[in-house]
Ligand binder design. Structure first.
Ligand code: PLP
Length: 515
């Protein structure tokens, strides 16, 4: 499996050697039936876990109604989506309940939209001379992959070879308020930054940085734009990361988790004086705000509106931080930066590279991805339950010890702390425990949604069984079982510490996947 050919793909990625075939909650399975805990979660696009029942139901229902109209015509989910965004996110911006929404698809498009809006606002409202507007951005940023956005980056890998770049941006060190103050002048229309830099390795600025940015930009009538595409929507234990410092940005860019891990959905939300400058014909998107995207987006916002996911992220995040700090104390990590259920960890280069640690984790059943050489980002679904989190952190510790004692493959201590009991047979238990209560909820919608899911999955499951013999007992044996256990965390039901014993992972079973 490791050597699956990708002959037709341009080599834009260097994925870890695993081929995923199925997923559910915090778990994914590869084409050989090996099971993994997902500690990347699609870079936080899967904050609610894989195939969340309510989100799948919302998508399925909408798939039978209408999926695409283009904005040439209104549809009956569009205003609902915008209203819901304003309810959940508007009050966290200076736009408050009067906030406006520009629906887009990808994160990069949301950031581009914000850039267009603040520039036009600068010219139309602030009176900045034509084509003179500047925007202050941060070193180490990641805002997306368009030619304008890679031009903001100082990462040579992202940027080199793609110029010439758009003018009008000034880059200052992240977290350096004095540098921002020095960089702004009469042409400055916005400061655009991530509250916490995700791609840079979960870099948290000093506590006075965002409040300082807010004060400075308010005083000078400069728009404060927060790129919350990765940091937002529950990850930090709050709906927006900016809430950590009680800061209301003027505009917020959302994406990733807004699409519930199902479809790309992004948006810019905020101050009507700014977004209102985008009049008919000045901006748009064929797919932005399509009915399917809106239906999923509304369902994702419903999940966030109860606060359960945020609370869960904060609680699990405390466990994460405690365990990672201990690994730093043991000298297995050189650094660990945690905020909510989100961490950037630095591997001591003498132990190995970030890639090598990711490979060691993969071999033991945890999926994570290095960002820069020695740094790995941990961002499991917010719905993760304590036994899963503890197990993944045990595996992290074991992997680091293995790297220290013998390189990525050496010293892997076959069966080290495995008690030899057949934990595999119970692999699903923690998940079922976690999710059972959710099945009581919203029965009608859920049943409605299940049929097509089963239809869609049956052939695949049957094929797998044909190819590989009987399904392994630890997998949801049939598509039906997969659907029944799909009720991933319908909010109020996210359990607290469950006594369910973490299942023991057998390296022997997992290692073929790492081949
Ligand atoms: C992922 C990301 C983007 C880009 O989102 P895409 O959907 O990949 O275009 C922009 N900003 C931040 C902070 C991100 O993490």
């Amino acid at each position: 499996m490791a050597d699956t050919t990708h002959g037709a793909l341009a080599p834009t990625y260097h994925p870890l050697p695993v081929t995923i075939a199925r997923a559910h909650g915090t778990h994914v399975w590869d084409t050989d039936g090996n099971e993994f805990l997902d500690f990347l979660s699609g870079y936080s696009a899967l904050n609610f876990g894989h195939l969340h029942q309510g989100l799948v139901a919302a998508a399925m229902t909408q798939l039978r109604q209408v999926t695409l109209t283009s904005r040439a015509f209104d549809h009956d989910r569009l205003e609902e989506f915008a209203q819901r965004l304003v309810e959940v996110v508007g009050p966290l911006t200076t736009g408050g309940e009067d906030s406006l929404v520009v629906p887009m698809n990808t994160g990069a498009e949301a950031v581009e939209t914000a850039i267009k809006a603040v520039r036009k606002w600068g010219y139309d409202v602030r009176g900045v001379p034509a084509d003179q507007a500047t925007i202050v951005v941060a070193g180490g940023n990641f805002h997306g992959r368009t030619t304008t956005l890679v031009g903001l980056s100082d990462d040579p890998v992202a940027r080199d070879g793609f110029g010439p770049f758009a003018p009008g941006f000034v880059r200052v060190p992240f977290g350096d308020l004095a540098a921002v103050a020095d960089a702004v002048d009469d042409t400055t229309v916005a400061v655009l930054m991530e509250p916490v830099q995700g791609e840079a390795g979960v870099v948290v600025p000093p506590d006075d940085f965002w409040p300082g940015l807010r004060a400075l930009t308010a005083e000078k009538n400069i728009a404060l734009v927060a790129d919350e595409i990765q940091s937002g929507l529950g990850r930090t234990g709050t709906t927006l990361a900016c809430e950590l410092w009680d800061v209301q940005p003027d505009l917020v860019c959302l994406g990733k988790a807004l699409g519930g891990g199902i479809v790309p959905v992004s948006a810019v939300v905020g101050k009507p004086e700014i977004l209102g400058v985008l009049t008919p014909g000045t901006h748009g998107s064929t797919f932005g705000g399509n009915p399917l995207a809106c239906a999923v987006g509304v369902a994702a916002l419903d999940l966030l509106s109860t606060g359960q996911y945020q609370a869960r992220a904060a609680a699990s995040g405390r466990v994460l931080k405690e365990r990672l700090d201990a690994l730093v104390d043991q000298g297995l990590l050189t650094g660990a930066r945690c905020v909510g259920l989100w961490a950037g960890i630095d591997v001591d280069p003498s132990l190995g590279t970030g890639r090598e640690l990711c490979e060691a984790l993969l071999e033991r059943g945890v999926l994570a991805k290095d960002t820069h050489d020695a740094t790995i980002r941990l961002s499991p679904p917010l719905s993760i339950v304590q036994p899963e989190l503890e197990m993944a952190l045990d595996i992290l510790e074991e992997s680091l010890v293995a790297l220290r004692d013998g390189g990525p493959d050496g010293g892997s201590g076959e069966g080290s702390d495995d008690d030899g009991s057949d934990g595999e047979a119970h692999a699903e238990e923690p998940v079922q425990d976690a999710e059972e209560p959710a099945a009581q909820d919203g029965d009608e919608r859920v049943q409605d949604a299940e049929e097509p899911v089963q239809d869609a999955e049956k052939p695949a499951a049957a094929e797998r069984q044909k190819d590989e013999g009987p399904a392994e007992p630890e997998e949801p044996a049939t598509a039906d079982a997969a659907v029944e256990t799909t009720p991933s965390t319908d909010t109020a039901d996210i359990p607290d510490e469950k006594p369910a014993p973490p299942r023991k992972r057998r390296r022997s079973r997992l290692s073929p996947a790492a081949g």
